[in-house]
Design a protein around this ligand. Sequence first.
Ligand SMILES: [Zn+2]
Length: 191
Amino acid sequence: MYDALKAAPKNDVCPLCGQRTVSTLDHYLAQTLHPTLIVVPINLVPACAECNKNKLDYQPESEVEQGFHPYFENFDDDQWLYANVVEGSPAAIRFFVSAPPGWSATKASRAIRHFERFRLAGLYASHAGVELNNIRFSLERIAERGSLEDVRLFLLDRAESARRAYLNSWQTATYQALARSDWFCDGGFIF
Ligand SMILES: [Zn+2]
């Protein structure tokens, strides 16, 4: 049962951060506080070591502090992860949570707590920085042959492709932010 639960996520990706590889099972309700739930399968969530550590023995004291349960709740019914471009040399990406209008205040608070508890801003900013470096050559080539709008179209295409794969991924938020930024499309990627 342990192995089956651990192997459940698609591509072995941790459902808490959506980025790192699963390496353990996390107790949704902390094992030190709920010892009777230690081996109950529905209390065991696949996680990467870092997310498991970030949550260690965390005990929410109210509903708004309760993290997502990746199997019994749907937090991907709408987009909540967004980003902005930080203009500089090199450019950087800053991530934030913006709850959809249809969400309750409690659900919105929980999304923010989740984002903070698992330190997703830093994790995603680091990966987005690598991605910016990876696409720089392609963007320079597109800009040489075309215009700012051609760069934007390329970025919009990448954003849509990432969105179709996973609505709340750092890639979706990153490419949306890049495509929105006139500064970036107009050569901000060159450093
Ligand atoms: Zn994780």
